[in-house]
Each structure stands twice: as C-alpha cells, then as structure tokens.
Design a protein around this ligand. Structure first.
Ligand SMILES: [Zn+2]
Length: 302
C-alpha cells in the first residue's frame, strides 16, 4: 500500500482516517476522533482488541455523563508537566486534568494512595486509615548548611582572586555551581484503583531545588513547605472524595498508627482472617512488611 492509497473509513464511526500515522487496532485503522477517546493505563492499551475498544467506548459514553456533571471545586497543581488534579467535592469525583476532559474517577473507585519522598513514605491512605509519616527532609537540608557555607566562601574567594591583579572583574575564575543533590528529588504520588481501565496511576511532583549559584537552606525549606502544603491539600481532597469516614492518624511512625488502625476495623474474630486482612493492606502498600509481620505475630500470640 502506497502512502496516498485510499484507506477504508473508520470501522467505529465511519469517519475519515488520518493520512498521518493512523492508529491500528487488530490491523484496522481507527480515526483520530475515536482513538482520541482512549484514556486508559498505558500497558492496558498495548493488547487492545477491537472488541475491547468497542467496550471501552461504551465506558467512555458512561464516563461522559460524569464529565458533564463535574463542577470543579478544587484544583491542585503538581508536577513539572503542568499536571493538575481537579476535584468535585459535591459529587465526589476527580480527574487528572485542568478540565474534566480525561477519565473522571469516582471517589469510591480509589482503593488506596501513597505519597513518597523518593522511596520514603510520607502519606498512605485507604479506607483503613490515612497515615502520615515523619519526614527527615528538614533535618537533612539543615545538615547541608556547612557545605553550603563552604561553597559560598569558595565563591567569594574566587571573585576576590579575580579582581586581585587590576581591581576589575575579569571573569577569569571558572564559575562554580552548587551541584550537591537535594535531600530528595521528587514526591511520588501513586493512586491505586478498583476500576476496569486503571489499576494504578503514578505521577511525580518535583521536590524543591537548591539555587545552583546562591544555594540557601532557608529558601529551600520555604519552597519545601510550599510543596508540603500542596501535598496536604491533595491528601485532604483525596480523603474527602474517597474515604470521608476515615480517621486521620498523624502519628506516623511505625506502630503508633497501628492501634488506631485496629479500632477502625471489625472486632477480631478468626486470627487467620485477621492476618489475611492485614496481608491485603500490605499488598496494597498501606502497611510495610515489618508492620505486617509484627501484627501477624501479635495475632498469633507468638
Ligand atoms: Zn472513528
């Protein structure tokens, strides 16, 4: 088939197929309008059959109803790529976009969420509880103060040397940039769903950066605090749409939250059933393996 050969119409809507890199499903070309409706997890997109795609379009039409009723009551910015998440608190809906133009999720479809600073958990939430862990970022940033002072002193020295021979700025000294890594690089946000087309949605929100010519611990901590404020808004909004009944446990570290977690669950019956419940929480990323093991031993009385 040549580049200009006539392509058959779109098997879904009968529309015109794009001449430029049209998408194929099971060997058939799909028009851009139909394919443009697809907003599902990337790995699920790979093996899509024509039947799957037709079923998806039915889901899409259903989801369109949620899009139409969506009233943006809160918008949270996160990420380098201008990612937004919008919430409709009245209808308990949210959407990863500026406008409800992508898949709209119902709060009850969110199974759990995790927010990490690199790989260290900061927040974990599910119907079992919202937990906040203590962060060491502030301490680690403050511990960099001597290193930053040394960098500033070296810079001043280089400039002084530069002026030494004739009193003018000759820019003879090589420019020094502060390139020590920050205490962490990104907040990793992970949402887990009970949904036909989404199991997990991950996105990063860049952590604060040191200015590479005038690094300063205080300005780093100020922008860190701004990010934390934004993250707290996100957690509160996710809780409001998905787990409105859930208690917040700001205790965070290790077993402190576990007692509170237990009280939100049914009274202990069969220890094996209890262990299964906690195992599911671990698999969902709500509990660490260590917390699970501790709880297991406790339940088995060993
Ligand atoms: Zn079409």
């Amino acid at each position: 088939m040549g580049l200009f050969s006539k392509k058959p119409p779109c098997p879904i809507c009968g529309g015109k197929i794009s001449w430029f890199l049209p998408t194929k499903i099971e060997g058939e070309y799909i028009c851009d309008t139909c394919y443009g409706k697809l907003d599902i997890q990337t790995d699920k997109e790979l093996n899509l059959t024509m039947q799957d795609f037709k079923e998806y379009l039915m889901f899409y039409d259903q989801n369109k109803l949620l899009k139409d009723q969506f009233v943006i009551s809160e918008q949270i910015d996160f990420g380098l790529w201008d990612t937004k998440i919008i919430f409709d608190h009245q209808n308990k809906l949210f959407c990863m976009s500026k406008q409800p133009d992508k898949t709209v999720f119902e709060g009850k479809q969110l199974k759990s969420f995790t927010i990490k600073e690199d790989s260290t958990p900061l927040f974990e939430g599910s119907a079992a509880g919202i937990r906040r862990y203590a962060s060491t970022v502030t301490e680690r940033a403050m511990a960099m103060a001597p290193q930053i002072a040394q960098f500033a002193a070296n810079r001043r020295m280089a400039r002084t040397l530069d002026r030494l021979d004739d009193g003018k700025l000759n820019n003879s000294a090589t420019v020094q940039y502060f390139n020590s890594p920050e205490p962490f690089q990104a907040f990793n946000v992970e949402l887990r769903f009970d949904h036909p087309y989404w199991t997990v949605l991950q996105c990063d929100m860049d952590g604060p950066r040191f200015d590479n010519t005038h690094p300063d611990v205080n300005s780093y901590l100020r922008s860190y605090q701004q990010s934390i404020n934004e993250i707290e808004k996100l957690v509160a909004a996710l809780k409001a749409v998905a787990f409105p009944e859930t208690a917040e446990q700001s205790a965070g570290l290790g077993m402190v939250g576990m007692g509170a977690l237990h009280t939100t669950m049914a009274p202990p019956a069969d220890p094996i059933e209890e262990i299964k419940k906690y195992k599911a929480l671990m698999e969902d990323g709500v509990l660490s393996r260590q917390e699970f093991e501790t709880k297991k031993k406790q339940l088995l009385g060993i």
